[in-house]
Design a protein around this ligand. Structure first.
Ligand SMILES: C[S@@+](CC[C@H](N)C(=O)[O-])C[C@H]1O[C@@H](n2cnc3c(N)ncnc32)[C@H](O)[C@@H]1O
Length: 609
């Protein structure tokens, strides 16, 4: 067999599979890992990143090729390996080194027409900038959100540790156009307790290989995806905390929301880690609060394995004195779980975050693909079919959650922006479970903990919701300034409970000394988005961090450190970071010594010594 001379062969094959079969890029990568294929058949991190970047530029590459029928005149139409062609064109026109490595026929064909291609690319980029679009249409940069896992540590401690890393790395990761203060600032999110907000540039070093991630003290979780567990635990305000009970996370892998819920439930029925260690230990001896159980259902075998592994990493064992919550992963189809099973008799609340189109994830490679071939309404016929089938499943799952006899709170969330998966599902569920009994049936409830979140659900439209109902719903739109991925949250409460809940109060959200975030990184995000060098960082980190549907692939791509993918560079980065930390520490000590010397000198001269 002739060995393919192009180093982009694997990236081209992955892209071909994505384009031809219209399968999600992350699913392809994930399946390749989980099917236990031989080493070498699953894409490595660099290949995956190259394909993501090519996809991200596919619209503009096609624009270049279609100008003056360029594609035809230089013979690209006859190229069968379109994936490889696109990857090479990306490398030449938009890649970091603006050149193509290796050889091969396609490369020769491209290089022969290099001048013309570069000229066209420049014209297209200029046109986009003139139209005010730039790269912004496809790339959105958010601050880096870090959820502190309060089952292991507290906000102040973790904030301190991250601040040191920020100071140590700001010299290299900071963009010239942002001040050093911006690059080293750290905030607490205004809506989600225990969520830290870091500068967007920190994405370049805060990855799944970071020590705090590996130790389970922090979770790389986008802001909007923290809303689901928050609403389930605190949507009714303080009232929730009076009744320890069990929970079900119906569709739970990889477990970001499960572990968040565990931390929140622990702080309701237990004590939080913000108390000094000694006091906490003392408390543990006398506190006999009942334990809560979270049953975490997951249908897919491979995802279930990841879920189990992550729960081991993120939730302390249930018999440890400091934990009042137990997570029990169950490998099952939630639709087949019997609501009358005595095991679930104490389940009072269900979190349902089912499979969805993921259309809210603004930097998802699959979304870049969508934006290329969507029609004017933003959704293609083929996608409509998929959305319809997803929304059918979502409705059945929601009604199933509502059928558990003792459940009085259900959170239904998606990372989709389509009304069909959101308001329409909510509206159908409400009408299909409605009853005449004033104490039964379900109502939408506006989550107290997010009362200041401005973006609400859509009134009318395919869902046909009233304005009052729509105001109970939470929406996030990353394309419209929310600084987080698109997301949807609805909170259903049994009518009976709604009457009791009206006195709920908002939970205090920040008792650390870290200031609250109020858009201080907005400019930094724009700067990062407009510099291609920073974009490289961001894209790679997005590859490993995309939430929800993506977290599984995340996990896998991120698992490079644990051996699935071979990433020597992670160790190198860790070493470099440690070296920088040391240098920063030495510098601080030098400054202190200098300061002390000059104070003594000033004192001496004042005293005439
Ligand atoms: C959007 S993801 C959940 C993400 C998760 N909530 C988190 O925050 O990490 C949806 C998950 O539901 C699982 N799933 C889909 N249908 C299911 C079913 N009928 N029963 C249980 N799990 C299901 C999928 O395999 C997938 O892992």
């Amino acid at each position: 067999m002739i060995k393919n001379s192009s180093p982009y062969h694997e990236a081209g094959a992955l892209l071909n599979e994505h384009l031809e079969k219209r399968r999600g890029l992350k699913s392809i990568a994930f399946d390749a890992h989980s099917s236990g294929k031989k080493k070498g058949t699953a894409p490595d991190k660099a290949t995956y990143a190259t394909v993501c970047k090519t996809l991200q530029h596919l619209a503009i590459i096609n624009e270049v090729l279609s100008h003056d029928n360029l594609s035809k005149s230089i013979g690209f139409e006859s190229v069968r390996n379109k994936g490889l062609l696109y990857v090479m064109l990306y490398e030449l026109l938009f890649g970091k080194y603006k050149s193509i490595r290796g050889g091969g026929k396609i490369k020769r064909q491209i290089v022969k027409n290099e001048k013309q291609l570069r000229r066209e690319a420049e014209v297209c980029v200029a046109k986009r900038h003139a139209a005010g679009g730039g790269d912004d249409k496809t790339v959105k940069i958010f601050p880096r959100y870090i959820r502190v896992n309060t089952l292991f540590d507290n906000l102040a401690n973790v904030g301190d540790m991250l601040k040191k890393d920020l100071v140590a790395t700001s010299a290299t990761t900071g963009d010239e156009s942002t001040t050093n203060e911006t690059n080293t600032s750290i905030y607490v999110d205004a809506h989600v307790p225990d969520l830290l907000v870091l500068p967007p540039t920190s994405s370049s070093w805060l990855h799944p290989d970071h020590e705090l991630v590996k130790s389970g003290k922090i979770v790389l979780q986008d802001k909007s995806s923290c809303f689901s567990a928050l609403v389930l635990a605190h949507g009714l305000g303080e009232l929730t905390s009076q009744q320890p009970c069990d929970y079900i996370d119906a569709c739970s892998a990889p477990g970001n929301k499960t572990s968040h819920l565990a931390a929140l439930v622990h702080s309701i029925v237990g004590y939080d880690t913000s108390q000094p260690e000694k006091k906490r230990k003392g408390n543990n001896k006398i506190n006999h609060a009942p334990k809560s159980t979270i049953f975490a259902c997951e249908r897919s075998s491979s995802r279930f394995n990841v879920l189990q592994e992550r729960m081991r990493q993120l939730v302390p064992p249930s018999d440890s004195a400091a934990n009042n919550v137990e997570v029990v992963p169950i490998h099952c189809d939630f639709l087949k779980v019997d609501p009358a099973d005595p095991k679930f008799a104490n389940v009072r609340a269900i979190l349902l975050d089912p499979s969805c189109s993921g259309s809210g994830i603004v930097n998802s490679p699959d979304r870049w693909m969508e934006s290329i071939d969507n029609d004017d309404n933003g959704v293609q016929q083929k996608d409509m079919k998929r959305i319809k089938s997803l929304s059918n499943f979502q409705l059945v799952a929601l009604k199933h959650a509502m059928s558990f006899p003792n459940v009085d709170r259900v959170v239904y969330s998606t990372c989709s922006v389509h009304d069909e998966e959101n308001e329409a599902v909510v509206s159908k569920a409400l009408s299909e479970v409605s009853t005449d009994d004033p104490n039964d049936g379900w109502e939408l409830f506006a989550p107290v903990c997010l009362e200041h979140w401005p973006r609400r659900g859509r009134e009318g439209g395919v869902g046909g919701l009233t304005n009052d109902q729509a105001q109970c719903l939470i929406r996030c739109d990353g394309q419209d300034g929310d600084e987080t991925n698109g997301f949807f949250v609805s909170f259903f409460v049994r009518k009976k409970l709604v009457c009791d809940a009206s006195s709920g109060t908002r939970r205090m959200i920040n008792d650390s000394l870290i200031p609250i975030y109020a858009g201080q990184f907005a400019d930094a995000c724009k700067n990062v988005a407009s510099t291609s060098a920073s974009l490289e960082h961001h894209e790679t980190s997005e590859v490993v961090e995309l939430e929800d549907n993506n977290s599984m692939q995340n996990k896998n791509i991120g698992e490079s450190s644990s051996g699935i993918l071979n990433d020597k560079s992670a160790k190198k980065r860790e070493k470099k970071l440690a070296w920088k930390r040391k240098q920063a520490q030495l510098k601080t000590e030098r400054m202190k010594r200098k300061e002390a010397i000059s104070i003594t000198a000033a004192k001496d001269s004042k005293e005439g010594r």
